[in-house]
Write a protein that binds this ligand. Structure first.
Ligand code: AMP
Ligand code: MG
Length: 244
C-alpha cells in the first residue's frame, strides 16, 4: 500500500486536502491525523472492518479499546445512552482539549471499537485542522496513537511515516503537536469522576469542575486490574540502547 503525505497550513487550512482525507475515511481507509496531543491513526468508528484494520496496522491487542474523536459535544448524542450533568460540565469546561470521557455506549457503536466494554471513550481535540477533518468526514473517528503498539507516540508526521509507511493510506501533516502528552481518560458518573489514565488535564483542573475526583485503584495498586485496558500494556518503549 502506498502512503500519501499531504501538508496543511495551520493558519490557512487547505480545504481540498481536508476533503481528500475526509473521503479516505468515509471509504473505510486509515488516515493518520494531527491532534494537540499526538498524531492519531483514524478510521470510521462505526464500521467493524475499519477498527479491524486499525488493530492490524498497529499490531494492537484487540481488547484495548479505541477513543472516538468528534468535532463538538453535540456529536456524542447518537453514540451514548445518557449525558449526565457532570459529563456535560466536563465537556463545557475542557472541550476542545486533552480530556477523554467514557460514557455508556449506544447500539450504534460496534463492540469492536470498545473492546467489548459497555462504555465508549470520547474526545474532541483542540486542533483546528483535526476538527475540520472530523466535520468533513461526518462520522466519529476511532483513533489510537499512530505508532506501532508499544513504541513511543508520534508527535510529527515524520514519526508516523517511520512507523506506518506502507501500512496506512494517508498522513495529514500539520507540523509538530503542541502538547505531546496523551489525553487524560476519565470514567464519568453522576457524582464523581475516576481518572483511568493520567494525561494533559490534571486532577486539580478536574476538581475545579467536579467535587469528587479519584484515581482508578489500579494506578495506585499494581495488584488491581486497570479499568482502561491499555494501562496494562508497556508504553513509551524507545527502541534504542541505554547507557548509565
Ligand atoms: P490510545 O489509544 O493510545 O490513545 O489509548 C487510549 C486509552 O484509553 C487506552 O488506555 C484505553 O484502554 C483507554 N480506553 C479507551 N476506551 C475505553 C473504554 N471504553 N473504557 C475504558 N478505557 C478506555
Ligand atoms: Mg498510544
Amino acid at each position: 500500500m502506498e502512503t500519501i503525505i499531504r501538508k496543511i497550513d495551520k493558519n490557512q487550512i487547505n480545504q481540498d486536502v481536508i476533503e481528500e482525507a475526509g473521503n479516505v475515511l468515509k471509504q473505510g481507509g486509515l488516515v493518520a491525523f494531527p491532534t494537540e496531543t499526538v498524531y492519531g491513526l483514524g478510521a470510521d468508528a462505526l464500521k467493524e472492518e475499519a477498527a479491524k484494520k486499525t488493530y492490524a496496522a498497529k499490531g494492537r491487542p484487540s481488547d484495548n479499546p479505541l477513543i472516538l474523536h468528534i468535532p463538538n459535544s453535540e456529536s456524542i448524542k447518537s453514540l451514548v445512552t445518557e449525558v449526565s450533568t457532570t459529563a456535560q460540565a466536563l465537556m463545557d469546561n475542557f472541550w476542545p482539549g486533552p480530556l477523554t470521557i467514557t460514557l455508556p455506549k449506544s447500539d450504534l457503536v460496534p463492540d469492536r471499537a470498545t473492546g467489548g466494554l459497555p462504555r465508549v471513550a470520547l474526545r474532541c481535540p483542540d486542533h483546528d485542522g483535526c476538527r475540520l477533518l472530523l466535520q468533513r468526514a461526518g462520522i466519529p473517528i476511532a483513533a489510537p496513537s499512530a505508532n506501532i503498539s508499544g513504541r513511543p507516540s508520534p508527535t510529527t508526521a515524520q514519526d508516523v511515516y517511520n512507523d506506518m509507511n506502507g501500512r496506512i493510506s494517508y498522513i495529514l501533516d500539520a507540523g509538530p503537536c503542541t502538547i505531546g502528552v496523551e489525553s487524560t481518560v476519565v470514567e464519568v458518573h453522576d457524582d464523581k469522576v475516576i481518572i483511568l489514565r493520567p494525561g494533559g488535564i490534571t486532577k486539580a483542573q478536574l476538581e475545579t469542575v467536579v467535587s469528587t475526583v479519584e484515581y482508578d485503584t489500579a494506578l495506585v495498586n499494581a495488584e488491581t486490574k486497570p479499568k482502561a485496558p491499555g494501562m496494562k500494556y508497556t508504553h513509551y518503549a524507545p527502541d534504542a540502547p541505554m547507557t548509565v
